[in-house]
Design a protein around this ligand. Structure first.
Ligand code: CUA
Length: 465
């Protein structure tokens, strides 16, 4: 009796919970209302079966409970009942599957007029490519990927010259225009998914997959990777910004094409050295840093990292938080750099300065620091903290421990990386959230700071840099 009541209560509770659940679909922002319809059908069919079967179970548990006056009867065959049950189940399964087939047929047939955007996934970042005026994406090959050619563009394909290359986590789409999203992966399986669009599709290395949709609402939506792709899977997040056509066109026109990348002037270190005079006052003549002025060592940092940070200071993406006192100073200084060529020259000069081992200023547990580094940081920043350009992870080895610890705390406290355009900073916020308290941060900072300098191959590589 009690058992029958519990089953009935479970059914009633489930139905009430479903009706009141806060976990339901996000408001839709694309043409794929038909996917919601199939989900609704699935919920109705399975919900109906769940309620009927469990109430029937409760009923039989109650009705045929043990009684001395009754004996069980064995009835292995009941043709009539089996025909009924098979028939009803078949109708139910057909109702579950058939609508999906119609939606799928639509899903794999993008309309002729759809414009194309390519999304590339890699551990653990997104990048986007838009065809230029010719409407065609140029050929690309992962084998051609280098620091100067992160998209692996084939230089001799004329269709690729006007391709717009976007190395950012933020994708842009015009509202109400059908788009075919072409998907590639550089390394392992990923999956491109936007809940508001009701679309997702695997990205398979060596293959090109696709999906299509028409965004119907302006706004910004999260892009999630929905395929477990390694330890950084949870930080592989992007955003898609759906805009009015005019805003989209304006954004697109402001982006660099492959042609622009090819035409970049060679860096001029002598010019960079002249500009460096304004940095030397705090960071030292050799970029060795000055703890008394809160200026970290910058010598030997990768040029692409220095360039990105200076651009971020210049545009206020970094250092804009009132709690970031020294970042605010950098905003003022970076504003004095007139253009991106000056910044590139300066970065190349800073990169050419020889890095030295900084002094340990914090106390930390090296064993714990190593453990934290190996499990979290090393996947992007490399085994010896050398940095890995393909994931935009700068060199950390030998940096000042006090500076590293301060930046980690800034990421943790959302002082750094909170700007909506700072997707890598946001990624750092997520990673740092697993480190723990101030002492754990000191442990890892002291460990990183001392990394690598006893390793001869590291010293050789730093010199060659
Ligand atoms: Cu990429 Cu998970």
């Amino acid at each position: 009796m009690a058992f029958a009541i519990i089953i009935a209560l479970l059914v009633i509770g489930s139905v009430i919970f479903h009706a009141w659940s806060p976990w339901w679909l996000t408001p839709i922002a694309s043409n794929w209302g038909s996917i919601d319809t199939t989900i609704d059908i699935t919920v109705w069919v399975t919900g109906f079966a769940f309620v009927v079967i469990n109430l029937f179970l409760a009923y039989t548990v109650y009705k045929y409970r043990y009684s001395k006056k009754r004996r069980a009867e064995y009835e292995p065959e009941n043709k009539k009942l089996e025909i009924w049950l098979t028939g009803i189940t078949s109708v139910g399964v057909a109702a579950l599957l058939a609508p999906g087939l119609f939606v799928w047929a639509d899903f794999v047939n993008p309309p002729e007029e759809a414009h194309v955007v390519e999304v590339t996934g890699q551990q653990w970042q997104w990048a986007y490519r838009y065809p230029g005026a010719d409407g065609k994406l140029g050929a690309a090959d992962p084998g051609l990927i280098t620091e100067a050619n992160p998209f692996g563009m084939k230089e001799d394909d004329p269709a690729g010259r006007d391709d717009i290359l976007v190395e950012s986590a933020i994708m842009h789409l015009p509202v109400d225009k059908p788009v075919k999203v072409v998907l590639r992966s550089k390394d392992v399986l990923h999956d491109f998914a936007v809940a508001e669009f009701r679309v997702k599709m695997d990205m398979v290395p060596g293959a090109v997959s696709y999906l299509w949709l028409t965004p119907t609402k302006t706004g910004t939506y999260d892009i999630l990777c929905e395929e477990l792709c390694g330890v950084g899977h949870f930080v592989m997040r992007g955003r898609v910004k759906v805009q009015e056509q005019a805003d989209f066109d304006q954004w697109l026109a402001s982006q660099n094409t492959y042609e622009d990348a090819l035409a970049l002037a060679r860096v001029d270190r002598a010019n960079g050295q002249a500009t460096y005079a304004m940095c030397a006052g705090c960071h030292g003549v050799q970029g060795e840093g000055n703890p008394a002025l809160n200026a970290p060592q910058i010598a030997g940092l990768q040029d692409w990292y220095v360039t990105a940070q200076l651009e971020h200071f210049k545009t206020g993406i970094r250092g804009g938080n009132p709690a970031d006192t020294y970042g605010a100073q950098m905003i003022g200084l970076a504003a004095a750099l007139p253009d991106s060529q000056t910044i590139r020259n300066l970065s190349a000069y800073i990169n050419s300065l020889p890095a030295t081992q900084t002094k340990q200023t914090l106390s930390g547990n090296l064993k714990n620091g190593k453990e934290l580094y190996d499990h979290n940081c090393s996947v992007c920043h490399g085994d010896n903290g050398r940095g890995v350009w393909s994931v935009h992870a700068p060199k950390l080895a030998g940096m000042d421990d006090w500076y590293l610890a301060r930046q980690l705390r800034h990421f943790r406290d959302k002082v750094r990386g909170a700007h909506p355009e700072d997707d890598l900073g946001h990624q750092m916020q997520l990673m740092v959230s697993v480190l723990g308290d101030d002492q754990a941060i000191n442990d890892v900072a002291v460990y990183i700071s001392g990394l690598g300098y006893s390793d001869p191959s590291y010293v050789a590589a730093s010199k060659a840099n």
